[in-house]
Design a protein. Structure first.
Lengths: 336, 170
């Protein structure tokens, strides 16, 4: 054991990274299956029922295997270098967000001082990756999708950042673990129920704006199947397409997990007598709950037009976020 | 062992920064220059982390990668004939260019040798709190001036991009 002592940090980091990758893969398989089941049941269908026996639970595993075995096709007119690079950029941007997610009080990649800010910053990679994919595909639908995605993600970053500032303001720190620790002791101490109604408004704005950040309905115009076929990844197939898909579902989890961390008490149980249930279960459970809401909204709401999208962002979310920020600042000062 | 690994990561960021910067300058296709700039900016952010400037590194990613580079790429997309464009690669006024280049190199070398490179002896401390305090006390006026300037630019851009009203009447 003494031989390994100096390398413990390194070994633990590698183990954690592998664990996160496995978690992301399993989550994506589960979420895709859930997406199909939820959509089916909302539309009074059954969805996949055959593969694996019980309610087609292994359908997405079979689909993933199919994608891995598929031939890797690069369109003749595509820009080969950028076409190959783009999926990895999007995936790295998504995976890097996991580094600061606090799964439990002792289970976090890195509890850096600028946790919340880091997540907002690192997701910039996703925008560039999507632009690269759209351009390299040399396809007008892909380019339209990429341009829409970039415009939308850059715009909605502002309400997301402003509403994330509210828990930061109340906690006085950007470290994810400290924010969670400040919400200990029952659900009434969660930041979403503090300084009512401002943080509730912030939570709602964050949730809606994060839907736009991850290109989900009602803000899914970058991928609108009925007008753009599939948006920026229309030319991708096989494993590269799977990487895009993994990144997209990873992003869904990251934005939900951030909401669970800063607004819903992270790994804390809603009642203190439930503390015997381990933190990761609460954390993943809260995040999965929000992911389910995302699925539910996707199959319930129609898609917004581009101008409506920008209207919602700049004329509704932004003024409310600014007013909210001022009022919470006042609340924090008065509370002392 | 860990030190060697940290050194290796440091040099990885150095190579990433310089290597992609060379692509930015010498690439014949402007789209490759724009995308190579991404790796230069990431490399610089990584070097900021090695200097214990965590907030600066995240800001570098958010502002340069998320904002400025996205705008540059949009600009490149709007350029006509991105692939067919021939960037003139003949050197004009080669000897005249030597003057400013040599002058700039002299300034850089002078700074390199005259600057007081004091290494931080203590372990890295978070910088966010001090930065925030300084921005709202000592540097409040520059901060506000920059904000008003950006707001004016934003309103100006909106005014220019809107169709003019007299155009609608025709």
């Amino acid at each position: 054991m003494n031989v390994l002592e100096p390398y413990m940090d390194l070994i633990l980091s590698v183990v954690y990274l592998v664990g996160v990758l496995m978690f992301l893969t399993i989550f994506a398989l589960l979420a895709v299956w859930l997406e199909r089941k939820v959509s089916a049941h909302l539309q009074d269908r059954l969805g996949p029922m055959m593969t694996g026996g019980w309610h087609g639970w292994s359908q997405t595993i079979a689909d993933a295997l199919k994608l891995i075995l598929k031939e890797d096709i690069i369109p003749a007119v595509a820009d080969r270098k950028l076409f190959r690079l783009a999926p990895y950029l999007v995936f790295i941007g998504s995976l890097a967000g996991f580094a600061v997610l606090p799964f439990a009080h002792n289970l976090i990649g890195s509890d850096i001082n600028i946790g919340v800010y880091y997540v907002i910053a690192i997701t910039s990679l996703v925008v560039i990756g999507i632009l690269m994919a759209g351009w390299a595909s040399n396809n007008k639908w892909a380019l339209y999708g990429a341009m829409r995605a970039a415009a939308q993600m850059v715009s909605y970053e502002i309400p997301v950042a402003l509403s994330l500032l509210i828990p930061v303001l109340m906690a006085g720190t950007m470290s994810m673990q400290t924010i969670v620790q400040n919400q200990a002791g029952g659900f009434w101490n969660w930041y979403v129920f503090q300084s009512i109604p401002f943080s509730l408004v912030a939570f709602v704005i964050y949730f809606w704006a994060s839907l736009a950040e991850v290109n989900r309905t009602p803000f899914d115009i970058p991928e609108a199947e009925s007008e753009l076929v599939a948006g920026f990844h229309v030319e991708y197939s096989g494993m590269r397409f799977a990487v895009f898909f993994l990144a997209e579902y990873g992003n869904m989890f990251v934005v939900s997990a951030i909401a669970a961390t800063v607004f819903l008490g992270g790994w804390h149980a809603p009642f203190t007598f439930l503390d015997f249930i381990p933190g990761p279960i609460w954390f993943i459970g809260k995040s999965m709950g929000l992911v389910l809401v995302q699925l539910w909204l996707r199959w319930t709401l129609p898609r917004l037009r581009v101008d409506q999208l920008m209207h919602v962002c700049w004329k509704i979310f932004l003024p409310f976020s600014f007013a909210n920020l001022l009022l919470v600042g006042l609340w924090v000062v008065l509370k002392g | 062992m860990i030190d060697i690994l940290i050194q290796a990561i440091f040099w990885l960021f150095v190579v990433l920064t310089v290597g992609s910067a060379i692509v930015v300058v010498f690439s014949k296709r402007i789209i490759y220059s724009a995308f190579a700039l991404l790796f230069t900016l990431i490399g610089v952010a990584g070097l900021y982390v090695f200097l214990a400037a965590d907030f600066l590194a995240a800001s570098q990613m958010l502002i340069y990668v998320g904002g400025i580079l996205t705008l540059i790429i949009f600009g490149v997309f709007l350029t006509a004939k991105i692939y067919g464009m021939t960037i003139p690669d003949q050197a004009h006024q080669r000897y005249l260019a030597l003057l400013p280049v040599a002058g700039f190199a002299a300034v850089l070398i002078h700074v390199l040798f005259s600057a007081d490179w004091n290494l931080l002896q203590s372990t890295a401390e978070p910088t966010t709190e001090n930065l925030g305090k300084l921005l709202l006390t000592t540097y409040l006026v520059p901060f506000e001036v920059a904000s008003v300037l950006l707001l004016a630019a934003l309103i100006g851009a909106m005014r220019i991009s809107r169709p003019r009203e007299e155009d609608d009447d025709r």
